[in-house]
Design a protein around this ligand. Structure first.
Ligand SMILES: CC(C)(COP(=O)(O)OP(=O)(O)OC[C@H]1O[C@@H](n2cnc3c(N)ncnc32)[C@H](O)[C@@H]1OP(=O)(O)O)[C@@H](O)C(=O)NCCC(=O)NCCS
Length: 173
């Protein structure tokens, strides 16, 4: 299967997408396009099978955000000013159940990193943050995301990734 990852288009067949999580399905079906095209508050990227154009295998959404400096680890923010720091929010990430466990999540994350590094070069930004489901914390940790202290016990866990870590990994690979 030849998979391409590209920006969400209006014609993409999002209705059949099923990652097993209704809020994430619903976001793609109902909100992703409007948020991207009309509201400009997040851009979604979809993995599609080139042989079946328009069928979404997985997606992620990126948005700009910021975080109070004191929520990030001291080591990361040493020497930085005391105001809120800009970041790239990995707002959504999901793979259709039929294609899970085949490296699609990893490929989507790699593309999110690539875009984030590009954006960070253009506008200045040090980290990526995501709100990880509790049962996905270890999945994100495999790629270098670190939990940020102070999260509630039941809700999603805020995790951050220093973009310089990714850049260094890419440069050394
Ligand atoms: C999380 C998700 C995006 C991963 O996508 P995927 O395509 O199945 O993941 P990949 O195939 O790239 O990665 C699979 C690897 O992660 C491992 N893995 C799977 N679930 C894991 C978990 N909860 N914790 C740690 N590792 C996990 C697998 O063992 C496999 O390891 P390997 O590469 O060493 O064999 C997908 O499961 C999903 O969409 N889930 C439902 C929606 C969701 O929870 N999104 C995250 C919101 S925070």
């Amino acid at each position: 299967m030849a998979v391409t990852i590209r920006r969400l288009e209006e014609f993409d067949a999002t209705e059949g997408f099923d990652c097993g999580d209704e809020p994430l399905n619903n976001y793609l079906r109902r909100h992703a396009w409007i948020n991207q095209q009309k509201s400009s508050i997040g851009v979604s990227y979809v993995a599609v099978d080139e042989a079946a154009p328009g069928t979404v295998l997985g997606y992620f959404t990126l948005a700009a955000s910021s975080i109070p400096r004191d929520r990030l680890p001291k080591k990361l923010v040493r020497g930085l000013p005391s105001y809120d720091l800009p970041l790239i929010l990995l707002a959504r990430l999901a793979v259709d159940k039929r294609f899970a466990g085949r490296g699609m999540g990893r490929a989507l994350l790699a593309e999110a990193f690539r875009i984030s590094l590009q954006v960070a070069d253009e506008i200045g930004c040090r980290c990526m943050v995501t709100d990880a489901y509790r049962d996905k914390i270890s999945w994100y940790a495999k790629y270098g995301f670190v939990p940020i202290d102070g999260a509630g016990e039941n809700g999603p866990q805020k995790m951050f990734l220093d973009l310089r870590t990714i850049r260094a990994t890419l440069q050394n690979s």
